[in-house]
Design a binder for this molecule. Structure first.
Ligand code: CMP
Length: 147
């Protein structure tokens, strides 16, 4: 069965363009529950560890510099089929190839400054949610003890 949570990051470019509100509105309109959220600035070390699976890619250093260049919003989003539904909502990694109406088509500037991150598998969603949030910081609608 597909998982019920995914991790998103509203990236520095979208935060500085004042797109936090419009992006969160799209997320809520699409039926996601926000179970954890924080506005803060990643250190370089945190960005390196978060994106460690891309460490051999040519864009890695640039991505790390960008992701640590200003504040971000990180959030855990919940619904049935969260990973695949959120990837549909945000669109292609490259905004030039993203479908009309998707978050990246509406708010992204380039493949690097692509407005938001979304987990690409349930396994990575687990790692990414645990990377940013402890159990005490989560208010899951699937867990009555925490909601
Ligand atoms: P994200 O979903 O955060 O996951 C990895 C990020 O690497 C991706 O979004 C893009 O911002 C970035 N990325 C992926 N491919 C490229 C590329 N070809 N050039 C620059 N950045 C890229």
């Amino acid at each position: 069965m597909a998982g019920t949570k995914t991790l998103t990051i509203i990236k520095p470019g979208a935060v500085s363009n004042e797109f936090i509100g419009p992006i969160l509105a799209k997320i809520n309109e699409a039926g996601f529950h926000i179970s954890a959220m924080r506005l803060f600035r990643l250190t370089k070390r945190q960005a390196e560890n978060f994106y460690v699976i891309h460490q051999d890619k040519h864009f890695y250093n640039s991505l790390i510099n960008f992701m640590s260049s200003g504040p971000v919003v990180v959030a855990i989003l919940e619904k049935e089929d969260a990973v695949s539904d959120y990837r549909k909502l945000i669109g292609h990694t490259d905004p030039a190839k993203a479908e009309p109406g998707t978050i990246r088509k509406l708010f992204a500037e380039s493949v690097e400054r692509n407005a938001v991150h979304g987990s690409d598998s349930d396994e990575n969603a687990e790692f990414e949610c645990d990377f940013f949030f402890s159990k005490c910081e989560r208010f899951s609608k699937f867990d009555p003890l925490h909601f």
